[in-house]
Every structure is written in structure tokens, then in C-alpha cells.
Design a protein around this ligand. Structure first.
Ligand code: AMP
Length: 417
């Protein structure tokens, strides 16, 4: 888990701005759900023998209640819980949402893999058409283009629906049955319950066997095939380059039809920038009628690595226009108030709150803040009605009217901006 501050936080804010501006220009609105959910939100939906449900959830206990709560490991199931709770699917037409939220998974930490990480996600509900799938993929690509990330690949697949999947599962089982003893222990368990999940296994022996396994794309029924062809046509129309990868099944149970992933070589071993797909059947896992839905989530930290690889961070620290150097107590009173007033107007100033400091000490502080000017004010200046304004870089100085300080400094801030 990371602390995020300093220059890094500027990059996070930049990313968040690009995400939000892009999504809002496509008509998406933000949704924020709590970090804690009942355990069933995920255990009933994501799939029993997925890593997330089996071993990655953080359970939170309260002293008073027996209810089992977990820290949200992924966004979509929590989103669907909120949709059903607030009947958002009843609103007329398709509904579009985005979120930017921390996710929690117990993982072995490594570069680009954290226990608290952040996902930016979009969800489009109430539209079953391939155009909806094409739209969200186009939005993802727009974000990549806006950020100037060019080294990426989009891979798409269809994982069929509840009609075509049983046929495919049988074909997979027929294929793996003679090799059962060669599969890893976990996959031997998956063989009966969820043979498709073997396709995701990272064990080298399993991965080798997977190479010649039957493809889901050869087992799609006519409506699923039509949907998938429709998506491919739309992506081509929109100029979105993609490759077909029949091996993309996505880890989670609730996907149907479209599944896709954006990967980037900029990331090294953890190459996934983000991915998503269609999840029309998720609402049924909550005991509700199906709701057509499609979405994706991208890893913020992965985007930061990709951006860093492309262009290393450059400091963007705001410099104050003026450092206030009061030479006595009345000047301190006056400059403190002036500094607050200017900053309320958005003009950054700096001042040390230590009292009775000598000029030399004050000038050193002024240097450290990187202020463009230093304003000196003491008894002599008050008598003459003029304060001293030093331009730090040039080492020059001038006298300015004390009665007009606020206006003069505001004017300098405008001309330096
Ligand atoms: P998933 O929900 O597993 O499909 O993840 C969606 C995206 O979130 C991935 O493509 C990654 O970019 C990112 N991601 C997933 N797990 C982690 C993690 N532990 N640490 C950082 N990013 C992650």
C-alpha cells in the first residue's frame, strides 16, 4: 500500500482530470460506493474458485455485529449492488457511470501489483447492443490517446452466453480429461466446477496444455456470433485497432459475450492496463432479472507506470509570487493579514510565522521558497510610506506604496503568470 504525495500526486491529479473530462464528455456521471460491502456481494458474483474470492479478500470485523463485511476487491459487483438498491436500471434509456475508487486485494506485492490499488472504471447499463461495447472501448482508447500512450494493444474476444458456454465447457472437459493428471492441483479442482478457469492458469504445464485447447469462438451460438461480429465492425468503423485473442476469458464468472483487455509493453511483466466486458447476467446473481451491462476498469497505478516510462516526472511545484519579510511586530500583523487576503484570491504568497527574525534569516527563507519577490517592511519603511520589493533573480529592488500593497502585488502576480 502506498502513500502518494509530492510530485506523484500532481500526476495522479492529471490522470484523474483526463479520465473525468473524457468520461463527462461522453455523458457519464460519477458514482461513489462505500469501501465496505457485505461479503455476498462478491462471493455470490465473482465466482467461488477465483483468486479474489478464494484468497484475496480482506474481511473486516466489528466488535458489535456478526455481519461479514469485506473491503471491496473490485468495482463491478459493488456497482451492481448499488444499481439494484437504487433501481438505477429503471431510469429511462441507457445509463452511464464512472468511478475512481480504491480496491483491496491480498496479493504478493510487486511492481504494479499492490494490496490497495485504484481503479478507474466505467459501466454502461440498459443497452445490449454491440454499439455499447464499441462505445466503452472507444472511450478507453480516447483516454490512452489523450495521455499520449501509444504503446498498447487491444485484444478482444467473446466468451459466449449461458446457452453456448455449457457446450464449450463440455468440449473443454473432453479435451482436458485425458490430461487430468498433468494439470496443477487447483486446476484439477476446477475441471468439474469451472473448466474455463483452467484457461487463465499461470502454471507452465497447464498453460502448455491450454495452447491446443478448443476455442470458445468455435462454440458461439448465432446471436453471440452476430453480437461479436457487430462489435468488430463498429471498432473498424471507429478506427480502433484490435486483435482477436480467443484465450481472453477474464478471471471473473459474471462475463458474457464481449471480453477485452488493453495491454502495454511499457509495463513489463504486469502488462494489463485494464480490461472489461459484458456482464448481462450479473444482476441474476443478486436474484434479479438480467440487466444488460458492459464496462471496464483500468489500474491507475499501471497508467502511472506507463506514463513514467514515456516521460519521467517533471516537478511542477507552484512558486509564491512574494515572500513577506516583516522586520518588526506591526509589520508582521499587517503582512499576515495581507498574505491571507491575497491567497484567498488565488495569489500564492509565503511568510514564516516565526517572530523577531533578522533580515539575513528572512532572506534565506525567501530563497528557499523560490518566491519571485521579497517584500521588506519595518519601522523605516512605515515612516516613509514605502516598502522595499526585491526581485530575487535579478537582485534589484524598488520602493512601493504601502497603502497600495495588495493591488501592486496582485498586478505583479498577473504579469508573472
Ligand atoms: P481486474 O479487476 O483484475 O480485471 O483488474 C483491472 C485492472 O486493474 C488490471 O488490468 C490492472 O490494470 C489493475 N489491477 C488489478 N489488480 C491490481 C493490483 N493488485 N495492483 C495494481 N493494479 C491492479
Amino acid at each position: 500500500m502506498h502513500d502518494i504525495f509530492g510530485e506523484e500526486v500532481a500526476r495522479w491529479q492529471h490522470l484523474e482530470r483526463v479520465f473525468k473530462n473524457t468520461l463527462e464528455s461522453f455523458g457519464y456521471t460519477e458514482i461513489r460506493t462505500p469501501a465496505l460491502e457485505k461479503i455476498e456481494v462478491f462471493s455470490q458474483t465473482v465466482g467461488d474458485d477465483t483468486d479474489i474470492v478464494e484468497k484475496q479478500m480482506y474481511e473486516v470485523k466489528s466488535a458489535a455485529e456478526a455481519e461479514r463485511l469485506v473491503l471491496r476487491p473490485e468495482g463491478t459487483a459493488a456497482f451492481m449492488r448499488a444499481v439494484l438498491e437504487h433501481q438505477l436500471h429503471r431510469l429511462p434509456g441507457a445509463q452511464r457511470f464512472y468511478y475512481c475508487l480504491p480496491m483491496f486485494r491480498y496479493e504478493r506485492p510487486q511492481k504494479g501489483r499492490l494490496r490497495q490499488f485504484h481503479q478507474f472504471g466505467v459501466e454502461l447499463i440498459g443497452d445490449a447492443s454491440p454499439e455499447a461495447d464499441a462505445e466503452i472501448i472507444f472511450v478507453f482508447e480516447t483516454i490512452l490517446k489523450t495521455l499520449g500512450i501509444r504503446d498498447y494493444v487491444l485484444e478482444i474476444n467473446s466468451v459466449g452466453c449461458s446457452d453456448c458456454r455449457p457446450v464449450y465447457r463440455d468440449a473443454l472437459k473432453d479435451y482436458f480429461r485425458p490430461h487430468l493428471a498433468e494439470l496443477c492441483e487447483q486446476c484439477q479442482g476446477r475441471f468439474e466446477r469451472a473448466p474455463m478457469r483452467i484457461l487463465d492458469c499461470k502454471n507452465p504445464k497447464c498453460a502448455e496444455l491450454v495452447q491446443n485447447a478448443p476455442l470458445i469462438t468455435d462454440h458461439l451460438n448465432a446471436p453471440c456470433r452476430e453480437h461479436h461480429d457487430g462489435l468488430r465492425q463498429r471498432l473498424t468503423q471507429l478506427g480502433v485497432a484490435f486483435t482477436d485473442n480467443p484465450r481472453i476469458v477474464r478471471g471473473l464468472d459474471y462475463y458474457s459475450r464481449t471480453a477485452f483487455e488493453f495491454t502495454s509493453e511499457l509495463l513489463g511483466a504486469q502488462s494489463a492496463l485494464g480490461g472489461g466486458g459484458r456482464y448481462d447476467g450479473l444482476a441474476q446473481r443478486f436474484g434479479h432479472d438480467p440487466i444488460p451491462a458492459v464496462g471496464w476498469a483500468l489500474g491507475m497505478e499501471r497508467f502511472l507506470i506507463a506514463l513514467e516510462a514515456k516521460s519521467p516526472l517533471t516537478p511542477t511545484v507552484r512558486k509564491p509570487i512574494v515572500f513577506f519579510a516583516p522586520l518588526d511586530a506591526p509589520a508582521f500583523e499587517m503582512l499576515f493579514e495581507l498574505s491571507m487576503r491575497l491567497q484567498r484570491k488565488g495569489i500564492l504568497t509565503a511568510m514564516s510565522y516565526e517572530r523577531d527574525k533578522k533580515l539575513k534569516w528572512l532572506m534565506k527563507q525567501a530563497d528557499r521558497t523560490g518566491a519571485v519577490y521579497t517584500l521588506l517592511l519595518g519601522e523605516d519603511e512605515r515612516k516613509s510610506g514605502k516598502a522595499v520589493l526585491k526581485k530575487m533573480a535579478a537582485g534589484t529592488q524598488e520602493e512601493i506604496e504601502i497603502s497600495n500593497l495588495e493591488e501592486i502585488i496582485a498586478g505583479r502576480a498577473r504579469s508573472e503568470a
